[in-house]
Design a protein around this ligand. Structure first.
Ligand code: PGA
Length: 249
């Protein structure tokens, strides 16, 4: 049985004060949500406020990115030891917005994922095809290539600790959710790659989340797919009541 991961990616939204206010409302709404793991990834500048706000709860805090180096002359980067010292336990890696706007590649995704693991953080590694990939029938080829270049470099021991998020780029922030069937097809393709590379047990245990315009009103049908082991939510994770209703699908 794979325990669902219900994750929120706040992107570049909210101040520390707004973070504290979010958790004041959110905490009681998910106090009994033991059916899943909850992760919220605020901007780096809110990690401390978020960690303080979830003290004593089962809510996990994650970063939205992680440097591949431990420290050094890397202006603008935040390292694994810094994220861990702030009290966070997860790191999103390879989000499509990082790939699209900040030059993230499968190679850097692999390095960042390895760094997260090295410093004891759980990486949530994102893959997903663009609209032109889908329209030209390349969805599966893109997913396979992202898996092979960005993930398959992990050892089996490392792989056992990651979470994968399938986020079709055309569904992110557009209001166009993939149908549960489209999402499940992609998840099956990714799981088949996992089976081939790491074996059946790894394929049966890896959690693959769906992301892209997940809202309170479609979370239930998505989560009804046995292939979908949780969600990575952007816009709808900014509202405590809305995100709690997704968590409690
Ligand atoms: P969205 O974003 O839920 O706003 O579509 C999802 C994501 O980018 O992780």
């Amino acid at each position: 049985m794979r325990k669902p991961v219900m994750a929120g990616n706040w992107k570049m939204y909210k101040t520390p004060a707004e973070t504290t206010a979010f958790f004041e409302k959110f905490r009681p709404l998910v106090a009994a949500s033991g059916h899943c793991e909850i992760v919220i990834a605020p901007p780096f500048t809110n990690l401390a406020a978020a960690v303080a706000a979830v003290q004593g709860t089962a809510i996990h805090i994650g970063a939205q990115n992680i440097a591949w180096a431990k420290e050094g002359a890397f202006t603008g980067e935040i390292s694994g030891p810094m994220i861990a010292a702030a009290g966070a336990t997860h790191a999103i890696v390879g989000h499509s917005e990082r790939r699209q706007y900040f030059g993230e590649t499968d190679e850097t995704v692999l390095k960042r994922t390895q760094a997260a693991l090295e410093y004891g953080l759980t990486p949530i590694v994102c893959v997903g095809e663009r609209l032109d990939d889908r329209e030209s029938g390349k969805t599966e080829a893109v997913l396979v290539s992202q898996f092979q270049k960005g993930i398959a470099g992990l050892t089996a021991q490392q792989f056992a600790k990651i979470v994968i998020a399938y986020e079709p780029v055309w569904a992110i922030g557009t209001g166009k959710t993939a149908t549960p069937e489209i999402a499940a097809d992609a998840h099956r393709a990714i799981r088949a790659e996992v089976r081939e590379k790491y074996g059946k047990e790894a394929a049966d245990s890896i959690r693959i989340l769906y992301g892209g315009s997940v809202k309170p009103d479609n979370a239930r049908v998505l989560m009804a797919q046995p292939e979908i082991d949780g969600v990575l939510v952007g816009g709808a994770a900014l509202d405590p009541v809305g995100f709690a209703s997704i968590v409690n699908f």
